[in-house]
Design a protein around this ligand. Sequence first.
Ligand code: BTN
Length: 266
Amino acid sequence: MADADILTREAIWAVYTPRLLGREMEIYREIDSTNTRAVTLAQKGAPEGLLVLADHQTQGRGRLGRQWFAPPGSSLLFSLLLRPPLAVSQAQRATMVCTVAMVEAIAEVTGLKAQIKWPNDILLCGGKLGGVLTELGARGAALEYAVVGMGLNVNLDLASLPPVMTPPASLSAALGRKVPRAVLLGAFLRHAEALYEALKGGWSPYEVWREHLATLGQRVAVGTAEEVIEGLAKDVDADGALLIRTDAGDLRRILAGDVTLRGERL
Ligand code: BTN
């Protein structure tokens, strides 16, 4: 019987039989970054569904040029190569599929209710449980590939992290016991595969993703490359953009940024 916390094919396939996602898998004890590896393979024409998985990353990358830090054995760290039939402007749908699948998998395996913080952080009790870095390749207006890289704090001792702006969360800290990572990953792949097959059939994950968002109806400050926009998070649109009503009364549409929740629900 495979140890369900050790990330092996056998342990993952014990709980999930792949049709597409994870049918091809590279598993590393240590790598610089699973996203870097998956992007390299994507550019060489690797098939969709490829999963690059690592127990430890020496140069894990986060959004907006940040680092992603996770001690060996503490987390799920992986990148999934997708080639959805979408325009580049619709690429956020690939990320939506993965964040929704992770929230569903966490609920299935642990009973915990995680949420999504726009655009694609995973939150648990207000702390950051996970993050997603999606990197795209395009041919004109058409999406050639999306590499969706996810980092999830599963059995992470929160005291082992360097000080960070957003308070971290981990499943083991919330539950008071360890969670078998291979079981959680298998559940994620099963949920993601079902959602992704629907996406390829023309379905949009937008409505389901929207229901899992923690951000709507709250006062937020959103840092973009150019400015910080403060106001009320009114809604998101089908392409995943956040709509903010500023204090001056303008409605601003933001495609990429970093949200601070001000903790007031309006
Ligand atoms: C963020 O919240 O800033 C996104 C973090 C994404 C981290 C994951 S870990 C697996 C994959 N490989 C990387 O180098 N980054 C992503």
